[in-house]
Design a protein around this ligand. Structure first.
Ligand SMILES: Cc1cc2nc3c(=O)[nH]c(=O)nc-3n(C[C@H](O)[C@H](O)[C@H](O)COP(=O)(O)OP(=O)(O)OC[C@H]3O[C@@H](n4cnc5c(N)ncnc54)[C@H](O)[C@@H]3O)c2cc1C
Length: 374
């Protein structure tokens, strides 16, 4: 069996690793000109099931490395004022495993057949049931199955389910990261918490690797090369309705909304790494329209993009990758046919994917009351 995967995000790469481990030919096609072409490095909280999914997609020899480049999530989730006084609670603390998306992505990329500068523009299903994917700047590729793991603006979804389009919630936020030096140790109460003031919210989260990723790879899996990054504080400011940066840099836009805030919070933003600071918008995709099972399917944000405040987008993308991998292995081994494997995957994925988007939107107003939810 030959599988073409469009999109080198967490979902597509996890699937490619899982198929490769089972001896199934899988090639990944990524639109970006290179793997490190843009900001990719925020921290993610995976729940135990999401973490198990990515673990199961990876070769067992890398499990000790995976376990060493994460941290346990144990944040309290308080609501603080700009002077760091507690004024409420956000709800139960989140438990799970914290990973750095960029580091995890590098691990997932190892040993894969990934083609960059390969933006999918369309595909054709041929008379023999195979699918031919077309790209902007490379020759078409034919496979038994095409998987659209190409994120919220999926080009594959544009052909397969054209009436399913992203909904812009209107919420904009600036996200960045700052090295976690001793100076910010006192902010620990604020990690996992929401700081509110002047119509904006600032969210902080720490990333403390059990072992720095580069060193962990050198010691535990010399065939893997991981980025040389240390512990950091991830911060995100949710802007007022339809917030824009108004020509300021992302950092300056955040600082301008923090006048009179605690000096440590100012210092945290001032010392941020500009290469890892950017403006993002929250768009969601609600799975609705169904299609007849065929040689093309979708996974991850391409079919169920959640609000990041739900903390479940990566978890759901990884669940998809693991579920689809298991079904495709059965098909490859002749235990079922490909279309029934894909159809069964889609039936389950639609059910939990729909619920993932719904629950993420339910949590959005606690962070952005003005969000447009329909
Ligand atoms: C700030 C932030 C924090 C988050 N925190 C969490 C969290 O704590 N827990 C959690 O579970 N989730 C979290 N998420 C959500 C999570 O990051 C996403 O749901 C997840 O990364 C989606 O993975 P994916 O593989 O489906 O898509 P993506 O990671 O978006 O990957 C899609 C890839 O497809 C490529 N592509 C797009 N179009 C084409 C094309 N035409 N041809 C070829 N390639 C293409 C893109 O360049 C990209 O590399 C967070 C998201 C954000 C923004």
């Amino acid at each position: 069996m030959r599988v073409s995967i469009v999109g080198a995000g967490l979902g597509g790469l996890a699937l490619a690793q899982g198929l490769r481990g089972a001896g199934i030919e899988a090639a990944v096609f990524e639109r970006d000109p290179s793997i490190a072409a843009r900001f990719q490095g925020y921290r993610l909280v995976l729940n135990p099931a999401g973490f198990q999914s990515v673990r199961d997609c990876l070769p067992p020899r890398w499990h000790p490395l995976l376990d060493e480049i994460v941290m346990d999530a144990s944040a309290e989730q308080l609501v603080l004022d700009p002077q760091l006084n507690q004024i409420g609670r956000l709800g139960g603390g989140r438990t799970g495993i914290v990973v750095d998306r960029q580091v995890l992505r590098h691990l997932l990329l190892t040993g894969l057949d990934v083609h960059t500068d390969a933006a999918l523009t369309g595909y054709d299903v041929k008379a023999d049931g195979m699918v031919r994917a077309r790209f902007a700047r490379r020759d078409p590729v034919t496979a038994d199955l095409l998987v659209g793991a190409d994120g919220v603006a999926s080009a594959v979804r544009g052909v397969l389910a054209p009436r399913t389009t992203p909904v812009d919630t209107g919420v904009r936020f600036v996200i960045g990261r700052t090295p976690l030096t001793g100076e910010f140790a006192d902010l620990s109460k604020a990690y996992g918490s929401k700081i509110t003031g002047d119509g904006v919210s600032l969210l902080l989260g720490a990333m403390r690797f059990r072992t720095p990723p580069k060193q962990a790879a050198e010691r535990l899996a010399p065939d893997v090369s991981l980025p040389d990054i240390g512990d950091y504080v991830r911060w995100a400011m949710i802007l007022p309705p339809n917030g824009s940066l108004e020509d300021a840099t992302a950092q300056d836009a955040v600082l301008s909304r923090m006048r009179g805030w605690h000096p440590q919070l100012h210092a945290l933003i001032e010392q941020a790494d500009p290469d890892n600071t950017t403006l993002l918008s929250i768009r969601v995709v609600k799975p609705g329209e169904r299609w007849a099972p065929g040689p093309v399917t979708l996974l991850g944000d391409a079919i169920h993009a959640t609000s990041p405040t739900g903390g479940n987008g990566a978890n759901t993308a990884l669940r998809d990758a693991d579920l689809l991998r298991r079904h495709l292995i059965e098909a490859d081994q002749g235990r079922r046919n490909l279309l029934s494997a894909v159809g069964d995957y889609e039936r389950q994925m639609f059910a939990y994917g729909t619920e993932a988007v719904r629950s993420s939107l339910e949590q959005l107003p606690a962070f952005a009351p003005e969000a447009q939810l329909s």
